[in-house]
Ligand binder design. Sequence first.
Ligand code: C5P
Length: 410
Amino acid sequence: MTAGEAPAPRPLAGRRVALGVSGSISAYKAVELARRLEDAGAIVDVALTPSAARFIPALTFRSLVHGEVAEDLWDAAAPAEQHVAMGRRAEAMIVAPASATTLAKLAQGIGDNTVTLTALASAAPLIVAPAMDHVMYNQAAVQANLDALKARGVLVAGPAAGRLASGARGLGRLLEPAELAGAVRSAIGRAVGPMRGRHVIVTAGGTREPIDPVRFVGNRSSGKMGFALAEAARDRGAVVTLVTTQAPPAGLFGVVVRRVETAVEMQAEIAKSSPGADALIMAAAVADYRPAEAAEEKLKKSAEGEARMLELVENPDVVAGVEGSLLKVGFAAETSDLIANAQAKIAKKSLVFIAANDVSQEDAGFAVETNRIVLLDAAGGVERLPLLHKYDAAAAIYERLVGEPGWRAV
Ligand code: C5P
């Protein structure tokens, strides 16, 4: 079976999202956002302010989304009270880009176009993604409007710093579509997700144990399984701390990222985050050994043909050492005797269950998008999951986790 045979994940399947677009040169990114949300399974309704429609015609959105597109408030051909229906059925609304004027109207409760009226008609979580010139963004009036919105529970996504349409550099760039889609998923998770209010620590990537300033002992872990686990927990409403050796991809909006290199650093970072945490999902490939000493200077080549010895000392078992009431899920990457080898680690590391995978298979394990996991528990239970995208494998792990007797139900 090839990796392509696992269906693409649809984290927003069955969700209805309202996308409000206001006037900004960055409105073109809203087209990509609409496509991403629909690819993730959502049905997207779009509302455009009159200025937004000058940048991107409604036709572009009409050709792309499966929901409705509301533009002119006085359009006799549009369904009556279309904005009310769109606001009411939305499970989240995102205004992206949100101009200074639209932010002011949202802060004041003004409803004079299809975007502001849809927002007024909606009880769903609201996300605003500001985009404007940096001087405009820093205006006291704009900041006061953003503060007022935040105080009411509105999620403010961005802006990012960088090159602006005016040619200047500063704070005011619209976040990228992947980040904005992440913000929508995060907002829905926090409103209705099965893990809302819980704190989950996820580890990702292979540790790098230094030999000297330029070399390390490492492994082939790409971090992808851990990133998918962080994303899936975020989508279910959890507060997520991702302790990772690898740089996470864009789109992990809302996830607190802590970069580390070595097993010992990972252990220290987990110790900082674990008080009060509900679960630790240990997807990182932690090196069992590290060089006894890391040389301060780059090691020179030894004399011709001479063998070089590298002394290794044992690393702490990170997951085994974490104490407290949090539930621990381990991973076992094996190349032989998958079940027996993985099963032995459950009790040794006090795990609630372990996700085992045979990394010698081409479509599972390191650096690929898919995984073929077997979930093993202390009672001898064996649940074989089919070939799944890592995101869907993560979803299956959480489905199992929230059913564990020790999990604090929402
Ligand atoms: O390497 P091993 O197969 O024993 O890993 C099983 C689980 O233990 C994984 O979840 C891994 O992250 C964790 N582990 C750890 N500290 C180590 C080695 C592994 O926490 N030193």
